[in-house]
Design a protein around this ligand. Sequence first.
Ligand SMILES: [Zn+2]
Length: 367
Amino acid sequence: MENYLIKKARLTDGQVVDILVHKGVIKEIAANIESNEQIISFGNDFVSAGWMDIHTHCFNKFETYGDKADLVGYRQGVCTVVDAGTSGSDTIDELYQQASKAKTRVYSLLNIACTGIYAQNELADLNHLKRQEILEAYQKYPEFIIGIKARMSKSVLGDSGNQPLHFAKELQKELNLPLMVHIGSAPSKLEEIMDSLDKGDIITHIFNPKENGIKDGNQIKECVYKAIEKGIYLDLGHGTDSFSFNVAKLALDNGIMADTISSDIYFRNRINGPVYDLATTMTKLLAIGYSLNQVIDKVTNMPAKLFNLSHFGKIEVGKTADFTIFRLEEKDIELKDSSGKVMTYHQSITPTNVIVKNQLYNLTEDK
Ligand SMILES: [Zn+2]
């Protein structure tokens, strides 16, 4: 399905428009378009640019973290998933093979440890930092590797200190790619990490409930404001242990929002929660006070911007025709964060259809 017309698409900004797609690219957007192409319509459901989840574990190899791209991708209304460091240079060929078979678009943030997340502590052994192999991996897959990933927390680092972060920074400058840094328990201390990062770098797990997180009593740590001023991006990265309603709400009360909403999903927290899917993560942000438009922006436009994937992320003439179609269901839903705190909300974001790589999937029939 390369050429078609979406009639009366309801956008999240309140507009209702016709969208003409030609050869998989948005050709025209107007109030009323006449065309001989196949016509599709999604009734009262919202049509947004295809959702992108920039923190997933969609490499199906290791027991620690992993999943199949399509299970966390198109089947959950997500057009593009980014594998955030499950794979390093040792296994990038295999991730690439898996990715090329997926119906979902897949990209990689290459782990700076050559092993990837084969075990929880991939950076405890400094021998895993192999500069040449990373350069070669990038040379081989320049379109597929869109950034690098460093997990800077106690259980990952062992006694390695901040050396992996310095390694990542040097490498990043050489490759001119965005760097995503995961934060958690110290070491490394949040202040040190923030100090080392620059404009365009990304911190993930921003609303984690740990002591080394962004919250200090009833305040947000000073280093967070400095980081935002520098142009560092804040990514949600929900995960099993890394999202707290309290921290997210305190941040919002202080004018701080996540720039991107991502799930940190893999098979365990997909099946058992508390993540389940990106849509549920998005609903949680609605529940704490983000607007629908903001939530959608943070899974479409912002991820595309952070990773220079400029042909995605917007419903605009010339962009790739990936769409996520969803409804806001009016029903009471219980939402759980990583600390086990439960919030009840009266609406739920539910994807109903997705168009990715020129294929339309009806998700309500598939289930
Ligand atoms: Zn992760």
